[in-house]
Design a protein around this ligand. Structure first.
Ligand code: KIV
Length: 275
């Protein structure tokens, strides 16, 4: 038997995504669980196991409390179900900022234990050296500039970035430095009109926008937001479904049937063998 198992479906990887610069827009969504990853896989080029899992699934107020163990567990679930899309796992707050060596140890753990194709880091100026360190040692990295959710406590909330000229320039420089450090793509989140297009034109790798306009090489949304699971979503989310209403209707129907003894009915019970 060959030692190289042949996968029946070839999974997209960092070079495939990087090669899509300026081409057909790259379709990305977040995924945290196996059933959702299975549903999204055929439609998406890239699935992000985002640290937004802390807020979406675990009820945390922000992403600061998310741990490496949580990311690994959700990364494993997504990898078991997604067969075609590239899977990227977010490095959580506190797992990569201290030093390039610590970042490498933690990122290598994520790669080994989940089998994902890359990690993502929120790329401030201090992280650029770490991105280069990881890429040189074989770990594909996706950057993330603009609104950086892990900086929410310093910023005092989730606020759009790049409205003032100096901040705009800083974000543009961060995106350039991130790409030059070897990131295969850069998420651009929550930036003022025009900046995403400027970044897209200035860097050689794809930009993936979220709340950043259509001037990007691809788009990403939090899946649960676009499916309509929450009663509030940020301005930049378009709702493509009404999961909240659908779940409420289904659960109300179940509760009514149980209380009226209409569930379970004959079709939903086991019968003893005749004789
Ligand atoms: O954690 C996350 O979901 C993200 C996004 C880019 C949506 O970082």
């Amino acid at each position: 038997m060959s030692s190289h198992r042949q996968e029946t479906v070839r999974r997209l990887a960092a070079p495939d995504i990087a090669a899509r610069k300026g081409g057909t827009p790259i379709v990305c969504l977040t995924a945290y669980t196996a059933p959702m990853a299975e549903l999204l896989d055929e439609h998406c080029d890239l699935l992000l196991v985002g640290d937004s899992v802390g807020m979406v699934v675990h009820g945390l107020p922000n992403t600061v409390g998310v741990t490496l163990e949580m990311m690994i567990l959700h990364g494993q679930a997504v990898m078991r179900a997604a067969k075609r899309a590239m899977v990227v796992v977010d490095m959580p707050f506190g797992s990569y900022e201290g030093s390039a060596e610590t970042a490498y140890e933690n990122a290598a753990r994520v790669m080994k234990e989940t089998g994902a194709q890359a990690v993502k880091v929120e790329a401030g100026a201090t992280i650029v050296g770490t991105i280069e360190y990881l890429v040189k040692r074989g770990i594909p990295v996706m950057g993330h500039v603009g609104l950086r959710p892990q900086a929410v406590l310093v910023d005092g909330g989730f606020k759009a970035k790049g409205k003032a000229a100096d901040e705009r320039q800083r974000i543009l420089e961060e995106a350039k430095a991130t790409a030059e450090a070897g990131a295969f793509a850069v998420v651009v989140e929550g930036v003022a009109e025009g900046l995403a297009r400027e970044i897209t034109e200035a860097i050689s790798v794809p930009t993936i926008g979220i709340g950043a306009s259509a001037g990007c090489d691809g788009q990403i949304l939090v899946t649960d937001d676009m499916l309509g699971l929450f009663d509030w979503t940020p301005k930049f989310v378009r709702r493509y479904g009404d999961l909240r209403g659908e779940i409420a209707r289904a659960v109300a129907g179940y509760a009514e049937d149980v209380r009226a003894r209409r569930f379970p009915g004959p079709a939903e019970i086991y019968f003893a063998k005749a004789g």
